[in-house]
Design a protein around this ligand. Structure first.
Ligand SMILES: [Ca+2]
Length: 371
């Protein structure tokens, strides 16, 4: 599958093909938005979002309306720097040998030095993003009418504001094809991640999704922070350990997919679909959900491997989207990652993502660099 073609090109080509290409940029394997959004469309209730199991912090209940109380409390961080900024944990500096050995794009690169930095302990939540929007009046990319001049030939629906949404197919026909479980849905955005009729009411503790890079950057600037570089993100996911052996097994303490993708998610990890942040155990640094739950934006431009030179930074997504760099790096995998389709639930895994493509399995967290 071609993972280098962006949503802009996808829209331009029109027909069903655009969705394939757009989806390819989401993640060649773990393509997907939240299955529970699809469930929310078809199932009048919260059956698809299951409560956390035993051994986790926080409260959870089931039943109609009770989802509003699903949230997980974060345990205190032990060690690290004193006086952390609210919601952040310290990641000490060190030398990272990036990459892994499962997929070609993650071939290991030369070690890179990473300075210590603060990082959000969780993905940015709907509540946090809502505060940003309330304070600034910000309108996300998925809520704006696309620039038709850049989308000549695209079908009418893709000229409407919207996002790409995962829908569980009724049955699979032929070889696996992302077209069978991805749809461009007009009206889908961070407030309505599954499209019209879906909402985030009562889901304030879930990670915000359907945000393009530009949206994530705008939030980070408002918060006085930045998006992480790919190296920072991977270093944090490796718990700042230079000698950590790559872990290729499906993680137990992360929200991923169990069962035959994309038809059956057994949810034996406690959740089918997006989980509230912090419901799985944190790593040694006190960081939660770096692996699984939702993919996370970085501020690095996409390159197909770990070249020796530092990656170009994505300073302003809108300007770069009109130029030669139209994709960035996302990390961590999502709740849609499964052993039979996408083993990207690993620190060294990486994926290209169209800068202007909002999807319901992609969010972000921020970092605060110390100068
Ligand atoms: Ca899961």
């Amino acid at each position: 599958m071609n993972t280098s073609t962006g949503s802009t090109e996808a829209r331009r080509r029109g027909g069903r093909r655009p969705v394939v290409l757009a989806a390819s940029a989401l993640g060649a394997a773990a393509l997907g938005a939240a299955v529970w959004w699809a469930g929310w469309i078809s199932i009048p209730g919260d059956e698809a979002l299951r409560p956390v199991g035993t051994g986790r912090t926080g409260s959870s209940t089931t039943g109609q309306g009770a989802i509003a109380r699903i949230a997980c409390a974060l345990p205190p961080v032990t060690g690290g720097r004193p006086n952390p900024p609210e919601g952040m944990a310290w990641v000490p500096g060190g030398k990272l040998a990036p990459g892994d050995s499962v997929y070609p794009e993650e071939r290991p690169g030369k070690p890179v030095q990473v300075a210590g930095f603060w990082m959000d302990r969780t993905e940015v939540t709907n509540d946090q993003f809502a505060r940003f929007v309330a304070a600034t009046g910000y309108v996300t990319v998925a809520e704006r009418v696309p620039d038709a001049s850049r989308l000549a030939g695209a079908p009418a629906e893709m000229l409407q504001p919207g996002a790409v949404v995962f829908v569980v197919p009724r049955k699979l026909q032929g070889p696996p094809d992302p077209l069978q479980w991805w749809r461009y849905v007009p009206g889908a955005n961070w407030r309505h991640p599954g499209g019209p009729g879906t909402h985030i009411e009562g889901r304030g503790s879930l990670p915000v999704v359907a945000v393009a890079l530009e949206d994530a950057q705008a939030y980070a600037r408002w918060a006085g922070r930045q998006l992480p570089t790919e190296a920072q993100w991977e270093w944090a996911a490796r718990e700042a350990r230079a000698q950590a052996a790559p872990q290729h097994e499906q993680p137990r303490q992360a929200n991923t997919w169990q069962g035959r993708f994309p038809m059956e998610d057994a949810a034996s990890d406690g959740f089918a679909g997006v989980a509230p942040v912090g419901c799985y155990a944190g790593n040694a640094l006190g960081l939660h959900d770096l692996i699984g739950n939702v993919w996370e934006w970085t501020r690095d431009a996409w390159r197909p491997g770990h070249e020796d030179a530092p990656p170009p930074a994505l300073q302003e997504a809108r300007a770069l989207a009109a130029g030669p760099v139209a994709q960035g790096v996302i990390k961590g995998g999502s709740f849609l990652c499964s052993p039979d389709w996408c083993m990207r639930y690993r620190a060294g895994a990486r994926q290209p993502q169209d800068l202007d493509l909002a999807t319901s399995h992609l969010g972000f967290r921020t970092v605060l660099e110390v100068r």
